[in-house]
Structure formats: structure tokens, C-alpha cells
Design a protein around this ligand. Structure first.
Ligand code: GLU
Ligand code: MG
Length: 467
């Protein structure tokens, strides 16, 4: 992929003709409007919509929306940085036609993710999607590597009719239980049908551990497409749940105690079409490049937490023994280390081997999370960083001296601590650029201030239905 080309105000002739044809096809299929979606710094998906006739003008000139959303909090309050958060200015939302999808769960609607571009026709430095596109393009340009990525989606499913915004689990069966699958048989079948219609390749859909919890995992894609897909999957789950009188929460912690909702990231590094996590001389068949990439991830993991676990509610989830991976360690198929190395089964390694980053939740903006994770890994790759020894079993059992000797650190236990780590991390801040890095800090500080004085139950309640 070449370095990111400049946007074309007015649209390229090819895109305009394509948008015109697509809009008429959509209309013939009964689509009346198109949802234009982006995710803000706080992790909330924000949208504008246009009628189908507006698709071509949107591809040409974008659709207006204020840059103030870069510093929105999850509760819609607004914080400021030196350059963001002002009521002035406007941006243009440009839909990506390659991702335009007719929404199976919302008859009459199609959906597309957008890049946000300035009125002067420049990339907006606060756009998370553009940031990820730039990181991926630079990785190929500078390091000759490409990626395959996926975002796991876990959600706690509640009853829509529950009083006072409480969470009342929609099922009573046990974790991974057949009872849960049967109780929600129609719902999950409708979900699968919607994903199929939208050409979202589902790998698995299952009842998870916590009360009312489910998970869907989808096939690996290039990182931008994977982030887009995670947004689309959540839009679909919300719509289908609503039809069944149900309400999904993607919040890291729907309740103050217990296992939360993760949004684990899967990543693999490829060169010339070859998976660098298999067939190498390193541990479990990893190449030196894959090992160094993971070493880079582990070094930056405490600071990365400010991006991948961005909500005060994230720290109700990020606890040992909850499979959230709260230590800077890696292990093969180890669910308590920050990075789980997945080799794939015999015969499938070359295709399936990858790494999973566990201290990630769905309050995270998936574009920022994937972009920063890649930047962290590439820092290790560029310096040929040495991957430390593997940690198996629960790192929590390591006595403090042993943990220090092995470089195993507990990840931040609060959003404040994560922000402190992030401030010190030049690699992540440089990758994001000053506008986005400052937005991350300001929004995280704003979230912390917004929950000052609340106990854990109050924090869980404050964010329960925000993500
Ligand atoms: N729900 C766990 C989390 O918060 C993850 C469970 C699993 O490994 O799938 O990350
Ligand atoms: Mg899971």
C-alpha cells in the first residue's frame, strides 16, 4: 500500500460514478437512508444519516459535522485541548464505498464508516480511522509488512424492559451453557442471519462466562476493515437485540464485580504473503520479526492501556483471574497474560497463527487501539527487541521479586495510572500525532473527573449503556 494519498475534494470521477450507481441499487432494494458512522476518542460511535440520494454528494463533498466530537466524553460533556473542543469549525464525513453495507437488522438503512476530512480538503489529524490507515500504509512502506486483524466482541445481554436502567440478564443458563443457547435460540439465529446477509464472516457465536453474556468472533481482515467490521457488528447486535426486546451492553463492566466484556484484538504480521507467526526459528515457530513485534507490544502495554481500556469502567474489568490479561507477559494459549500467542492447530499454523491482545475492551476506539498496538509492535520490530521468557499459568502467582526479574508488570489499575504511562510513552504519542495524543489525555482525564466520588457500582451504572 502506498503512503496515504491526499483526499480529492469533489471526489474522483470513478468514485462519483460508482456512488451514483450504488445509490440507485440501494434505492431499488428499499434502502431509504445511509448511516455515516465514526467512533470518537471516548469510544462512542457517532453518526449522521443522509437519504439515499445524498450518497453521491457525500462521496464528492462529504457531510458536515463538528470536530468537537473529538473531545466528547461518554456522557456527552465536552472537554478541551489546545486545538480541540471549541464550538468553531466543521469537518466533512466521507463514506468509504468499499464498506457500504445494507443493514439486515434495520430495514430501510445502509451503513458506511467515514474518514473525516477538513473543509480545506486535508486529512483531519483527529480522525481515528485515518490514523489507522496511515499506520498501516507506513508499516508496509517502511517495514514491508502487512497485517491481518480481528476484534472479538463480547456483550452482556439484558432485558430492554428492566426498570431504572438496571441490568437484568436475558438468560438464566450457566456459562457456555446449552440452556442459554436454547433460551435465545431465535435471537442468535436472527443474528447469524443478519451477519450472513451483511457478508460478515462469523467464526463463532457462543454464550460466554458472565450472566447474560455472549460473544461473536469474525474472520481476520486488514486492520481498517477489521475495525470497521467491529463497529458494524455492534450496530447489528444492537438492532437485532432491540427487535427481541433485549438490550446489549458492550461496556467493559456491566456490573461492579465479576467477569467483564472484553474486546480482544487479534493481529498477525505478514511479509510477501507469508505469516510471520509460523514457520520461523523462534519459539512456537514464530519468526524473529514476530517475536520482536510482541516484545514491542509488551514494552508499551501499560501506556497502550490508556487507549485500549479507556473508560473508568475498564478498570472494573482489568483484574487478575478474569481472563482480561493484566500483566506484561506472554504465553502460548495463556489467558492471564497480556498477550496470548496462538499457534493454530497442526496443519493450520501458516494460516491461523496470530497473537491476541487481551487488555482491550469495547469502550476503546478500535481504530486507535489497533493503530497504537501496531505502532507499539513496530517499535519492537524496528529495534529487533528481544522477547522475554514465556510465562505460563497465572502471572499473579509470581512472587514480586520473580516478577520484577522477568519483567512482568501489573498493568495500570486505574485510568489515571494509564494516562500517566501514556504521557511518558513517546512512541505512542508520536504515532498518534499531537492532536490525537492530546485528545486521548484530555478525554481520559475528563472521564476520570466525571466519576469522581462514585463507588464501583456507580461507575458501572454510569457507563452501563454508553458503549
Ligand atoms: N470476558 C473476558 C474479558 O473480559 C474474556 C473471556 C475470554 O477469554 O474469552 O476479557
Ligand atoms: Mg470471550
Amino acid at each position: 500500500m502506498p503512503p496515504l494519498a491526499a483526499p480529492v475534494p469533489g471526489g474522483s470521477p470513478g468514485d462519483l460514478a460508482r456512488a451514483h450507481a450504488l445509490a440507485h441499487e440501494l434505492s431499488a432494494q428499499g434502502v431509504r437512508g445511509i448511516v455515516l458512522a465514526f467512533v470518537d476518542t471516548a469510544g462512542v460511535c457517532r453518526v449522521k444519516t443522509v437519504p439515499w440520494q445524498g450518497l453521491q454528494p457525500a462521496v464528492a463533498w462529504g457531510v458536515g459535522m463538528s470536530p468537537v466530537f473529538d473531545t466528547f466524553l461518554a456522557n456527552d460533556a465536552i472537554v478541551r485541548t489546545d486545538v480541540l473542543g471549541s464550538p468553531d469549525g466543521d469537518l466533512r464525513l466521507y463514506p468509504d464505498l468499499d464498506r457500504l453495507t445494507v443493514l439486515a437488522g434495520q430495514p430501510g438503512w445502509a451503513w458506511a464508516p467515514v474518514d473525516r476530512i477538513t473543509q480545506e480538503g486535508e486529512w483531519h489529524p483527529g480522525c481515528g480511522r485515518t490514523f489507522l490507515r496511515r499506520i498501516v500504509a507506513d508499516a508496509e512502506d517502511r517495514h514491508g509488512v502487512t497485517f491481518r486483524a480481528g476484534v472479538e466482541i463480547e456483550w452482556a445481554l439484558g432485558r430492554a424492559a428492566a426498570p431504572a436502567d438496571e441490568f437484568v440478564p436475558a438468560t438464566s443458563g450457566p456459562a457456555y451453557g446449552a440452556a442459554r443457547q436454547i433460551e435465545l435460540s431465535d435471537y442468535t439465529a436472527d443474528l447469524l442471519a443478519a451477519f450472513e446477509k451483511q457478508e460478515v464472516p462469523v467464526a463463532q457465536l457462543h454464550p460466554e462466562y458472565a450472566p447474560g453474556q455472549f460473544e461473536v468472533s469474525t474472520g481476520a481482515l486488514d486492520p481498517v476493515a477489521a475495525a470497521d467490521q467491529s463497529v458494524l457488528v455492534r450496530q447489528t447486535i444492537r438492532a437485532v437485540s432491540q427487535k427481541h426486546g433485549l438490550r446489549p451492553s458492550f461496556s467493559p463492566a456491566v456490573a461492579e464485580r465479576g467477569v467483564g466484556n472484553g474486546g480482544h484484538l487479534h493481529l498477525s504480521l505478514w511479509r510477501h504473503g507469508v505469516n510471520l507467526h509460523a514457520g520461523g526459528e523462534g519459539r512456537y515457530g514464530m519468526t524473529a520479526a514476530a517475536e520482536s513485534f510482541i516484545a514491542g507490544l509488551l514494552t508499551h502495554l501499560p501506556a497502550l492501556t490508556a487507549v485500549t481500556a479507556p473508560s473508568p469502567a475498564s478498570y472494573l474489568r482489568l483484574k487478575p483471574s478474569q481472563w482480561a490479561g493484566v500483566f506484561t507477559a506472554w504465553g502460548r494459549e495463556t489467558r492471564e497474560t497480556g498477550v496470548r500467542v496462538i499457534t493454530g492447530s497442526a496443519g493450520h499454523q501458516a494460516q491461523d497463527a496470530n497473537l491476541e491482545i487481551k487488555p482491550v475492551d469495547l469502550a476503546a476506539n478500535p481504530y486507535l487501539a489497533l493503530g497504537c498496538a501496531i505502532a507499539a509492535g513496530l517499535d519492537g520490530l524496528a529495534s529487533s527487541a528481544t522477547l522475554p521468557e514465556e510465562v505460563t499459568d497465572d502471572p499473579a502467582r509470581l512472587i514480586p521479586d520473580e516478577a520484577v526479574a522477568r519483567g512482568v508488570r501489573r498493568l495500570p489499575t486505574s485510568l489515571d495510572q494509564a494516562v500517566e504511562e501514556f504521557r511518558e510513552d513517546k512512541v505512542l504519542r508520536t504515532a498518534l500525532g499531537p492532536v490525537l495524543a492530546d485528545a486521548v489525555i484530555a478525554v481520559r482525564e475528563g472521564e476520570t473527573a466525571a466519576v469522581a466520588g462514585l463507588d464501583d457500582a456507580g461507575v458501572a451504572a454510569a457507563y452501563r449503556w454508553k458503549y
